[in-house]
Design a protein around this ligand. Structure first.
Ligand code: F6P
Length: 497
């Protein structure tokens, strides 16, 4: 039987085996779990970046099934069959990846446009105006429909559980239910924050977005606050019955449960990889490559995104050095920033801003041969990321707004040595669970630099005490628990006769 106390990979597998084997299990997201690219004439496979992949790849490896995603690698077509399918992970396939092929125009309108210039800034309070272009919305609808057709083509007459990921696919449940009203039980997880109604109401397509999401049987957010915001929006915009006791919306005979499920990571998996010889070797090479041996190392790890508060973090390092010049030549701040969504002007501007800021801060504080900040831009494999986590004694996460932030959870999981500390924005979902981190308001430069100073001065015992508690929290609230809870709820639904 499945233990409800401690979820593990095995207990999740058991749940699937006991209850789901007669049905097809489909995960759908925009981002693909594995990407195939040409490198020097050869095909190379990489694990996709970002929270959705870190969270769901281990779940799919445990459950098997089908993952449908947008193709993003120039060699994807070379490795798949005629239906666009390939077994993954590449070295040890145990689930199937199916690609949906988008045209350049569709990708521009649906992904760069409506998903990331309209919905992304709308949902994150980072003071960037959303842009709602009519053409982007048209592409968004077309692509959501395209995903629906691709999934139904796979399902045929079978019954299936579909689990949709994220804001790129807000209309998918509606199209799926239109095509196959009786065969499907559909859940969706919204990986980013859901804004307050005051913010949401500026969206010209707000009714269609809500209607789309209410075609799901189950709709999940990271925290209760986002569920409340969603219900407020439904209340103000649509005719429906809202049961606040049960967190359920009923509309045109469709019931939708709204639930908080704080997402997490594969704690044991990362803990294990972090101890491997391969990671130890990578770490050693990184210490050499960046000449870190003599210094205390502080870390920042993010996609380059304006919600992550990277300039704010760099300015806090600048302030730290102004207040504590004795720290010069004592530490380096290693900022890993994977380029992201670079075709969107705001991301390009941010990238330029970060380059200029690093240049300026390094110029201001540098001494012979020492610069306080090193910016690392290259793509990192998963194992390199884990090795990076092990390099630093302090990780600074200063998101201006973040649904969860899985980097912090991965960092903690990788630190079995317990000789590390975390400075964490109070505006991340993770801050609600990781209360033993040093919490900051990233908009407050003075407070952020003081928090870094404070964390740098913790005794080894203090660090150990705090990180031990954080590790316990993540070990318990791991990714299998997250997936297990969603799937257990899904299993309570009956297929329509
Ligand atoms: O939920 C947010 C998300 O979709 C996560 O997968 C990840 O943090 C990020 O956005 C990835 O963005 P993209 O797929 O656009 O690179």
């Amino acid at each position: 039987m499945v233990s409800l106390n401690m979820w593990t990979k095995d207990s999740l597998q058991e749940l699937i085996k006991e209850k789901m084997t007669d049905y097809l299990f489909v995960v759908v997201s925009n981002r693909q779990p594995y990407i195939y690219k040409f490198k020097k004439g050869k095909i190379e496979s990489l694990r996709g970046a970002g929270g959705v992949i870190s969270a769901l790849d281990p779940v799919m490896q445990a459950c098997g099934g089908l993952w449908v995603a947008n193709s993003g690698g120039d060699a994807d077509r070379r490795v798949c069959d005629r239906k666009g399918k390939v077994g993954v992970p590449p070295n040890n396939p145990n689930y199937t990846l199916k690609w949906v092929w988008l045209t350049k125009e569709e990708e521009k309108g649906y992904y760069y446009g409506y998903s990331n210039e309209a919905l992304w800034p709308l949902c994150h309070m980072a003071f960037h105006r959303p842009i709602f272009r009519k053409d982007d919305w048209e592409h968004y609808k077309t692509v959501n429909e395209k995903f629906a057709r691709s999934i139904i083509e796979e399902i045929g007459n079978r019954k299936a559980f579909i689990w949709i990921q994220d804001y790129h696919l807000a209309l998918l449940a509606k199209y799926l239910k239109r095509l196959a009203p009786k065969q499907l039980i559909v859940a969706q997880f919204w990986h980013i924050p859901w804004p307050s109604y005051e913010t949401f109401r500026i969206c010209p397509q707000r009714k269609e977005i809500l209607e789309g999401l209410l075609s799901n049987d189950l709709l999940g957010f990271h925290i209760r606050y986002h569920c409340d915001n969603f219900l407020d929006a439904v209340d103000r915009e649509l005719e429906s019955k809202i049961d606040r006791e049960r967190f359920m919306v009923t509309r045109a005979k469709q019931h939708t449960l709204i639930r908080p499920y704080p997402i997490s990571i594969d704690f044991e998996g990362i803990n294990h990889i972090a101890q491997s010889q391969e990671v130890k070797t990578i770490k050693k090479n990184l210490v050499q490559e960046f000449d870190l041996k003599k210094y205390r190392v502080l870390l920042g790890i993010d996609r380059i995104d304006y919600t992550k508060g990277i300039p704010e973090r760099l300015l806090a390092i600048d302030r730290l050095l102004e207040k504590h010049p004795e720290l010069k030549e004592k530490f380096v701040f290693l900022q890993m920033g994977q380029i992201s969504r670079i075709h969107i002007p705001k991301y390009k501007q941010l990238n330029d801003e970060i380059n200029a800021l690093v240049e300026e801060i390094n110029w201001k504080h540098s001494t012979d041969g020492w610069n306080p900040i090193i910016l690392v831009r290259r793509h990192l494999s998963f194992k390199e990321v884990i090795a990076f986590y092990k390099l630093g004694e302090l990780c600074v996460i200063s998101s201006l707004h973040d649904g969860m932030n899985l980097v912090v959870k991965e960092f903690i999981a990788a630190r079995r040595d317990k000789k590390a500390m975390l400075v964490l924005s109070q505006f991340t979902g993770a801050a609600r669970e990781l209360t033993d981190a040093v919490l900051i308001n990233p908009y407050d430069r003075e407070q952020t630099s003081d928090a870094i100073w404070k964390a740098l001065n913790f005794t080894d015992d203090e660090k150990k005490k705090r990180i031990t508690k954080m590790r316990q929290v993540i070990k318990h609230n791991n990714i299998y628990r997250w997936a297990g809870k969603v799937l257990s709820e899904l299993l309570k639904f009956d297929f329509k006769e």
